[in-house]
Design a binder for this molecule. Sequence first.
Ligand SMILES: *[C@@H]1O[C@H](CO)[C@@H](O)[C@H](O)[C@H]1NC(C)=O
Ligand SMILES: *[C@@H]1O[C@H](CO)[C@@H](O)[C@H](O)[C@H]1NC(C)=O
Ligand SMILES: *[C@@H]1O[C@H](CO)[C@@H](O)[C@H](O)[C@H]1NC(C)=O
Ligand SMILES: *[C@@H]1O[C@H](CO)[C@@H](O)[C@H](O)[C@H]1NC(C)=O
Ligand SMILES: *[C@@H]1O[C@H](CO)[C@@H](O)[C@H](O)[C@H]1NC(C)=O
Length: 338
Amino acid sequence: MSSTKVSSYETPTEQHNIKSRGIVTGCICTPILMACGIFCCLIVITIVILAVILAVNVNACSNLSKSVDINTITPSVYTYDPNAFPTFNFNSFNNILTKTGQIYVTQSNSTSDTNITVSVRIAATRDESITVKEENDDSTKKIFIQRADTFKGSLAWIGYLSLPPRCILAKVEVVLPQTIPSTTSIDTDVNDIVFDANSVPYSQMNAKTINGDINVNNFAVGNLTLNTYNGGITGSVSGIINQLIATTNNGKIQLNVLVNFNATNPNIETTNSNGDIQLSFSSSFNGNYDAKTDLGKVTIINASPETNEDKRKAGKVGNNGNGSLITTTKSGNINITF
Ligand SMILES: *[C@@H]1O[C@H](CO)[C@@H](O)[C@H](O)[C@H]1NC(C)=O
Ligand SMILES: *[C@@H]1O[C@H](CO)[C@@H](O)[C@H](O)[C@H]1NC(C)=O
Ligand SMILES: *[C@@H]1O[C@H](CO)[C@@H](O)[C@H](O)[C@H]1NC(C)=O
Ligand SMILES: *[C@@H]1O[C@H](CO)[C@@H](O)[C@H](O)[C@H]1NC(C)=O
Ligand SMILES: *[C@@H]1O[C@H](CO)[C@@H](O)[C@H](O)[C@H]1NC(C)=O
């Protein structure tokens, strides 16, 4: 249809006809079309402006992390009793596209320490405008970065869209005592969480980030829940007695797991949406396993699955244990070594 119109465009009369037809339909629709057009244009222009600001800011952020040695900055230090505040929350309200920094979790070497100590170092492109704040909210110790002259609280990230760029870089060190409450949680918005090796095993820990990686570096714990949205979950855990849960939407899960020798009913669940899952148990897992992917492939090493399909493998491994391992991903591959 349109190609015939284009070819007939050559004769002046036809051209006139097309024009007048255009004017007729235009008369009916013009107000609505114009309103729609202006609205769409505004949306597109807004998106383009936001994208440019974000690109400039993200670039400023990565330059900041290269130009500033965060270790030379004097930290703000907070000390509190984990029995009063079993949840530690650190928010930097940076834009969701940018990671602010890392939270390093270590264990105190002193048996007499009973409090948690948090040291926060921050650097910023305009450092006069930011401060570290502390707030107690029921059982949560909240420490957060506040921009002085822009939006506050949960709207603070909007300040990230300002020009010139205001980028924040943070290094948070959390030193835990050797004994912590059984509900201890660490959560953050756009930071990585890194657990260092602990010499005295913990009974339980929950860690949650939205846009960061979680790394466990020979972490010893009976119950462990690791949750991120946009990030990988990697490393080694030992001493799992009751439960290990690792969940991400977008990242890679790669864990070496040692289930405690005395565990009677260990429950392990790893869930990913858009990424691979790779688990390795060094013969420590005894029980039933079920690994399933929608679009990838499942590989099991050191066990003979009863259900043995490309996209799902399930069976029992070890010495008549009660363990349960459930592993699912949508688009990734699964690789389990027992
Ligand atoms: C633990 O922190 C609290 C403040 O939350 C403080 O009052 C207490 O003295 C600290 N205890 C020790 C042993 O440092
Ligand atoms: C505990 O000691 C180890 C080994 O000496 C050290 O690497 C670690 O930094 C110490 N932990 C703390 C919180 O000081
Ligand atoms: C560990 O997980 C098990 C199983 O979900 C639960 O019953 C138990 O209370 C948890 N232990 C702690 C210390 O949270
Ligand atoms: C298993 O339990 C026994 C007896 O309670 C204890 O001596 C041993 O250290 C435990 N093993 C592990 C790996 O925790
Ligand atoms: C399985 O669970 C039952 C009941 O909790 C327990 O008695 C038994 O010892 C467990 N088996 C193993 C191998 O841990």
